[in-house]
Each structure stands twice: as structure tokens, then as C-alpha cells.
Design a protein around this ligand. Structure first.
Ligand code: ADP
Ligand code: MG
Length: 243
């Protein structure tokens, strides 16, 4: 079976800065890969390239066997297949929580309005905030907003979910309510790439930990092997700061 995500020889430059260097990465269907590494190592850029918010300078990315489309309708479909959750929740502030979840299914996926709203409510229930459906984002806590953002991404029935530091902007007491939703998704078999500093989540939910430094993948191993026996000096130095 082809990997769900296949990155081959990926390079990304911003002007003179070479921020992704010959990245090769395969993520199997249902696999949960946690990406860690120092600030500026290219983790966000890698995520953004995976759903083509950024374009590679060279190399190739395939999702479920297909190369990333360059533009147009095919790109919109890809974005639907690859859900992304950011540090800042990026909800539409002037729309209710349920609207936030149902709008793309209605307007992009062209689903029936009633069905989309019913599914949206189910998703809000699944992330534990069905009672917030009629409120506006500003009326919710950060943890609730981030769970709404996860529901919104799931509403497009993605094959892959990308998370870029989804709990970094949250007050500490709200981190676990978001991580619990992510652990549940992982248990249900979602293919996930998660950039996070939450090493507890990595231990609990990751099949594999990928350590990036200076635009390269330096290590890729099971959580156990990574946390107890990281081989490279760079990874050991990073771990000594975060554990
Ligand atoms: P991380 O998420 O690991 O902290 P990033 O992927 O955000 O790292 O950034 C990797 C490098 O690329 C950094 O040096 C950053 O300054 C640079 N970079 C990221 N986005 C841009 C951009 N749009 N323009 C120029 N440089 C960028
Ligand atoms: Mg980042």
C-alpha cells in the first residue's frame, strides 16, 4: 500500500535561506508522527508545504499516492483532504461556532446545508462543545476554540490531519482538553502529523517521533527509542532542554 504522505527530496528556500534540506518522509495510513525540534528548524514550513500553503523549491510531495496539485479546484480538494490546525485557532470571528464548522462543507464540498449542519453538530459533540454551537468564537475559551478548529477541519472528512503547535497558545489548564481530542483521533486511525512540544502527547499517541534541526530530519524513531536513546548529539541536546 502506498504511504498516505510521501515526501521525496524536498527542499525549500526563502530567498537565500535554505529552510528544508533534502527531506524524505513517509507516513503510513493511520500513522501518527510527532515532529519535534528547535525553533526555526523548519517544522511549520514542512507542515505548510504538506497542504501547499507553501510551495517546495524542489522535490515532491504525494498525498495518498497523488502529487500535490498546483492550483484551482484540485488544490481546493487537496486542502479538504489535508486538514490543518494552527497555533492560533483562525476561526471566523463573525460567524457562530456551528457556522465555522459547516461553511466549508456547504460552500466548498457542496454538501446539503441540513446534512452539513447536522454533521457539524455531531463533530462539535465529539470534541465536547456541542453546547457552544450557537456562540461566537470570542465567547469561548482558548481550549474550546481550538476544539472548534479541530471540528472544522474534520468536517471536510480529511484523510490527513496536520497540527502545528495546537496547544502552544493555550493556558496550561486547557492543554489537556485539546490533547485528549487529538489522542482520540489518533486512536480512531486518523493519519496525523503533529508538531508539538508536548512530549507527553508524543509518548502517549505517537507511532514515530521525527526530530528536525536546521531544515533536516535528523532522527526518526519510535517514541521509546527517541526518548531513551536518541543517537545524535543535536537530538540529545534538544531533549536535555525539553524533558
Ligand atoms: P519552526 O516551525 O521549526 O520554528 P519555521 O518552519 O517556522 O520553523 O521556519 C524555518 C526557517 O524559515 C526560519 O529560519 C524562518 O525564519 C524561515 N521562514 C519561515 N517562513 C518564512 C517566510 N515566509 N519567509 C522567509 N523566511 C521564512
Ligand atoms: Mg513553527
Amino acid at each position: 500500500m502506498a504511504p498516505m504522505i510521501e515526501v521525496t527530496g524536498a527542499n525549500k528556500h526563502f530567498g537565500d535561506a535554505h529552510v528544508l534540506r533534502d527531506i524524505d518522509l513517509e507516513v503510513a495510513a493511520g500513522e501518527v508522527v510527532v515532529v519535534v525540534g528547535p525553533s526555526g528548524s523548519g517544522k511549520s514550513t514542512l507542515c505548510r508545504c504538506l497542504n501547499r500553503l507553501e510551495t517546495l523549491t524542489s522535490g515532491e510531495i504525494r498525498i495518498d499516492g497523488r502529487p500535490l496539485p498546483a492550483e484551482g479546484r484540485a488544490l481546493a480538494q487537496l486542502r479538504a483532504q489535508v486538514g490543518m490546525v494552527f497555533q492560533s485557532f483562525n476561526l471566523f470571528g463573525h460567524r457562530t461556532i456551528l457556522d465555522n464548522v459547516a461553511l466549508s462543507p456547504i460552500h466548498v464540498a457542496k454538501r446539503d446545508r441540513a446534512t452539513a449542519r447536522a454533521e457539524g453538530l455531531e463533530l462539535l459533540d465529539r470534541v465536547g462543545i456541542a453546547d457552544q454551537a450557537g456562540k461566537y468564537p470570542a465567547q469561548l475559551s482558548g481550549g474550546q476554540q481550538q476544539r472548534a478548529a479541530i471540528a472544522r477541519a474534520l468536517a471536510m472528512r480529511p484523510k490527513v490531519m496536520l497540527f502545528d503547535e495546537p496547544t502552544s497558545a493555550l493556558d496550561p489548564e486547557m492543554v489537556s482538553e485539546v490533547l485528549d481530542v487529538m489522542v482520540g483521533l489518533a486512536a480512531e486511525g486518523m493519519t496525523m502529523v503533529v508538531v508539538t512540544h508536548e512530549m507527553g502527547f508524543a509518548r502517549r499517541a505517537a507511532d514515530r517521533v521525527v526530530f528536525m534541526d536546521a531544515g533536516q530530519i535528523v532522527e526518526s524513531d519510535t517514541p521509546d527509542a527517541f526518548f531513551t536513546g536518541a543517537r545524535s548529539e543535536r537530538a540529545r541536546s534538544f531533549l536535555s532542554k525539553v524533558l
